[in-house]
Design a protein around this ligand. Sequence first.
Ligand SMILES: [Zn+2]
Length: 128
Amino acid sequence: MASSSQGISSDTKAQVVQTFEGHPSYSCCKCSAVVALQDELISKSFSGRDGRGFLMQSAVNVKLGRREDRKLLTGVHTVADVFCVGCNDRLGWFYHKAADVSQKYKEGKYLLERERLIKENNWELDEE
Ligand SMILES: [Zn+2]
């Protein structure tokens, strides 16, 4: 079973690399580094540590912290905190592994906290 090991670049290239000009995206609310494309959004109905969270297919300009088992609302997950490479602020976490089968779809995905992000390009976003 190939559980697509999407190269999580753990090499610490600590610089802000990409911008997605013309594409709706999320940026770090502190340093404005682009961290994710709107296209990569899977769900907006997740819970972050202090509020709403977005489940993202991928993220850029972020680095991962130490992996650890954490008890979340949906059970124990092996996660790692996600930090912005621009300002080192914590933006959310990355799901390495989910203990529960029903939560497996989160593996390899990012949970970014809404409060830490700003939306670029005024995209239409009315549904909650
Ligand atoms: Zn930042």
